[in-house]
Write a protein that binds this ligand. Sequence first.
Ligand code: PLP
Length: 471
Amino acid sequence: LIKSRDTDRTMTAAPPTPVPDRTAPEWRALDAAHHLHPFTDHKALTEQGCRIITRAEGVWLWDSEGTRILDGMAGLWCVNVGYGRRELADAAARQMAELPYYTQFFRTATPPTIELARRLADLTPRGLSHAFFTNSGSEANETAIRMVRHYWALEGQPARTVIIGRDNGYHGSTVAAAAMSGMKAMHRQGGGPVPDFEHIRDPHRFRNGPDQSPEAFGRTAAGWLEEAIQAIGPGRVAAFIGEPIQGVGGLIVPPPGYWAEIQRICANHGILLIADEVTCGFGRTGHWFGSQTFDIRPDIMTLAKGLSSGYMPIAAVMVGQRVARTLIELGGEFAHGFTSSGHPTACAVALENISILDREGLVERVREDVGPYLMERLEGLSGHPLVGEVRGRGLMAGVELVRDKAGPGVFRPVGRVGTHCRDLCFKANAIIRAVGDTMVMAPPLIITRAEIDTLVDTLSRALDQTKRDLP
Ligand code: PLP
């Protein structure tokens, strides 16, 4: 029995799990019959069947057959503190027993929510003083879109509605976040083009400027923003959004000087700068935020994933003084929010998660130990005939495969070779993702050097096999 703290009321303890015990084939059959997976070809999945993951510990997953799998992607770039953290389960249980939910609407708030807002204001770069909570990264970016347009309307410049993103940027899959993302396949589905989103080319030197020095390409790529602003009209541009390192779009690491120049161009035109830190945040790049790694001073920062290490769905929009002041002083009601904005249980878990990252020095560990070690081990693959480029920062790394080592020749169709290599890694029980033909890794921040060896050795063998299998 669980006894609530202030009353004699007792709740009957739930059975250990409300999920029935079924065999793997039973799970697969029910999955095919009833479950539509995100970003998945359902027909192909039904033909092939899915892998059922049943438990996890540290960096390891176990499937329904009892196979142990090394999770080189921390779930979806999110399980930063690793699996099996009792402290997070306890934080959730304590908060659920005390106050599982209450809304932050109607002039109410709950202590974990306020405390998390305070903690994030301390942790994020100076000036980001206020937090608006959402449930997912998509909603956080959706909120940023509405917020910056509202800001400009309040500032008496309602024509500033255009938001500029980048090719292969990813900001979520709700209608506006997908439009803001630079993923062409997403633009083709779910409705026609959404107005007032523009995109510039991404700063991927290997593809977009291989003949330039990194510094020269940094200037060229930032210059694409200036060109776009001039073409659209500076008085129409509300904001520029970018991930410090583009993750989902292929692990694109910005060239030197790129962000400083982007920052200068935005400031010059008074354009708001939004840093999407959904994948880069909470230690992944070796600092608490990618903005610190690249010295970006954003007006708005969106957070999710590592905020709770994926243990709870929670995300946040951190808002700097410039926007916050206008919203608060001039804004009246900002007609925006979600039932679960600032959910107290999710906030309690996020607070404990941040404490773990802090207490265990995981961010420094990425910067000084396991991050450089992963890059060093991956650099060792750069002589492989399929490897065109190895790139990354902290525990965020990509190995781009090429047809012809002499240049960045792409495979046709794009992604076939990468997917083949990924499947070989899966078969060898390591999860490494393929974005197009780039093999991507983002393991939990607690990964050891020995586990990195296992991950890289698996990739190395998969590359050899892929080379043999190529027609
Ligand atoms: N922004 C970035 C940079 C992401 O990588 C993602 C998801 O991968 C999102 C936003 C969307 O977050 P969510 O899937 O929680 O909606």
